[in-house]
Design a protein around this ligand. Structure first.
Ligand SMILES: Cc1cc2nc3c(=O)[nH]c(=O)nc-3n(C[C@H](O)[C@H](O)[C@H](O)COP(=O)(O)O)c2cc1C
Length: 196
């Protein structure tokens, strides 16, 4: 498959729509679409779903998550995606609850013997994870959230990581005064979709 057609799925983690992290995500996804990538965006705050219930059905008798809810088509889309975009504000030093519940469901992508298996994921490797982080506090106050998730996502096959981080953005619209961070979205989208 040519890089131009790399399917790109975005999860919006903020509970408020069209604010700072949504704007970053929209910018990235627009650029990806212009380049020719098929794109799908899911606003998690508009979906009804639970976190992982640790019933282990995805390991014992199914090859996918045993829960059936609004996250089911999202997980199916991610399984096919070559680029996964996660957009989230920092909430109490981590991602939002909405996004964390969804990430926990990615457990279903691991094979049953994942602790010992050489290939731990049901997904193909070589995929891209793009993390779009917004935070109200200045840059020095927090680390890059992608760091705490990087080993897990690499294990799932999302082994190329990219971060765009906007600091000091608190109120709706604040992001629009940071043109450099918006341009970063364009640059990373172009880089991913044009380098094979
Ligand atoms: C519940 C809550 C917790 C937050 N915790 C933090 C935090 O720990 N550090 C920080 O820098 N900003 C924090 N913020 C500010 C948000 O990260 C900031 O407003 C961000 O731009 C919101 O993104 P959004 O506009 O996409 O919703 C918090 C905001 C809320 C509502």
């Amino acid at each position: 498959m040519s890089q131009k057609n790399m399917s790109t799925v975005c999860l919006l983690g903020s509970p408020r729509r069209h604010c700072n992290s949504d704007v970053l995500a929209q910018r990235f996804m627009q650029q990806a679409a212009v380049i020719g990538a098929p794109t799908q965006t899911f606003a998690l705050s508009e979906l009804n779903y639970n976190g992982c219930k640790n019933l282990f059905r995805c390991k014992n008798d199914l090859d996918h998550c045993g829960q059936s809810d609004d996250l089911t088509p999202v997980l199916a889309a991610i399984a096919q995606a070559e680029v996964l975009v996660l957009a989230s504000p920092v909430y109490f030093t981590s991602v939002t609850g909405q996004l964390k519940l969804a990430i926990d469901r990615f457990f279903s992508f691991f094979v049953p013997d994942y602790p010992t298996a050489e290939r731990k994921s049901r997904l193909t490797s070589g995929r891209h994870l793009v993390f779009l982080q917004t935070q109200g506090e200045p840059e020095e106050r927090y680390f890059d959230m992608i760091g705490s998730f990087s080993a897990s996502f690499s294990g799932l096959g999302f082994d190329h990581h990219h971060l765009v981080r906007a600091s000091g953005v608190r109120n709706p619209g604040d992001i629009n005064s940071d043109s450099s961070v918006l341009k970063e979205c364009d640059v990373i989208a172009a880089h991913i979709h044009s380098n094979s």
